[in-house]
Design a protein around this ligand. Structure first.
Ligand code: UT7
Length: 344
């Protein structure tokens, strides 16, 4: 489909009463690199197993001094700078994370204070790896309705604090990082439009991916610590299967809402959990792998930060042309899933 025709269809189908744009993006990765060779010294694994089964070669690990709010603030500053929006002008901050600094207050409040975003309402959002996409939809609806003008959406994780470094089936997968986007009204047609987002969940499968301890069901105790209940537990094979199915469904649904098909897609930014999941989804959606932006080899799975960081890296790379259709697709614990369509 021609670009001009795409734009017309997209705008009509999305019913853009008050169009919403991604005014700026930013990301932050901690300095320390943990390679597969480093992991070989920690657990019974090999670089070969990790690369062939997951596609991951290294991941970033935050320092002891860095918490999720610090990673978030660094990414947010970059996004605000690119957007040309002052922190004082933010009406809302949504921090999607499963690794908050603490249970209360929510990480959004901590970021608000660090940025000096005095008038912003602040949310913490728990949707695991799908959190950034859930956050985009919350922000989009506030801006679209006119209730807010500028919303900062962040996906940030310090997963290393919740990783069981004795469990080879999970510890090789995760990394730390943060990505952010500033949403604003697009009344002058400047582009970079967040056209639509679909989000969904199936709480019936909650047991397959969870951190069982530390909540009101199993409050922290000597026993929960002894049983390593405060770390991420995952039934990898089952999660893999659902991830492929729901990422395909979410991607197709989001495009359908805009009157588009997978043939119209110029770039896909997927959740970066496993290269084999991405390959399976690409094959089923019939979108060539050259259109998929990948950073899993460098970053591993950063949960809510994965798609946020990847999106920022892609748009800053200069490879995205004006009018390109971008599709973000996510899947995570809950289970939760979602997809967003952006026209650049
Ligand atoms: O971000 C949220 C969503 N998360 C995901 O989407 C993750 C989905 N799941 C996966 O990506 C994959 O299931 C994993 C990467 C977690 C695991 O890969 P797999 O191909 O499903 O492996 P498996 O769990 O079936 O294990 C295969 C073998 C087992 O050995 P046996 O029982 O066949 O002898 C494991 O013990 O690989 C063994 N294994 C390892 N070997 C070396 C598991 N972890 C490791 C390891 N190094 N790190």
């Amino acid at each position: 489909m021609k670009k001009a025709e795409q734009r017309r269809i997209v705008e009509a189908a999305a019913g853009l009463d008050r169009p919403v744009r991604i005014a700026g993006t930013g990301s932050y990765l901690p300095e320390r690199v943990l390679s597969n060779a480093d992991l070989e010294k920690m657990v019974d694994t090999t670089d070969e197993w990790i690369v062939t089964r997951t596609g991951i070669r290294e991941r970033r690990i935050a320092s002891e001094k860095e918490a999720t709010s610090d990673l978030s603030t660094a990414a947010a500053k970059r996004a605000l700078k690119q957007a040309g929006v002052a922190a004082e002008d933010l009406d809302g901050i949504v921090v999607a994370t499963m690794t908050p600094d603490m249970v209360m207050p929510n990480t959004g409040c901590l970021v608000q204070d660090r940025l000096g975003a005095r008038k912003a309402a602040c949310f913490g959002l728990e949707a695991a790896c799908s959190g950034f996409t859930y956050g985009l939809e919350i922000g989009r609806q506030f801006v679209r309705s006119g209730a807010m003008d500028h919303v900062l959406v962040i996906g940030a994780e310090k997963l290393s604090s919740f990783t069981d470094w004795q469990d080879r089936s999970t510890c090789v997968l995760f990394g730390d990082g943060a990505g952010a986007a500033v949403l604003a009204p697009d009344q002058d047609g400047a582009g970079h439009r967040l056209i639509t987002t679909v989000i969904g969940a199936n709480g019936g499968l909650a047991d397959l991916l969870k951190v069982p301890g530390g909540g009101s069901r199993r409050p922290a105790s000597a026993e929960t610590v002894h049983e390593r209940q405060h770390f991420i537990k995952m039934a990898g094979r089952e999660v893999f299967k659902y991830a492929v199915t729901e990422m395909c469904n979410a991607g197709r649904d989001a495009l359908k809402r805009c009157g588009l098909t997978t043939e119209d897609v110029d770039w896909v930014v997927p959740h970066q959990a496993n290269i084999r999941i991405i390959q399976a989804v690409a094959e089923r959606l019939k979108v060539g792998l050259e259109k998929w932006y990948l950073n899993i080899d460098r970053c591993g799975n950063m949960s809510a930060a994965s798609v946020a960081v990847a999106f920022d890296e892609l748009v800053r790379s200069g490879r995205v042309q004006s009018g390109d259709i971008l599709l973000m697709i996510v899947f995570g614990g809950g289970f939760t899933w979602g997809a967003s369509v952006v026209q650049w």
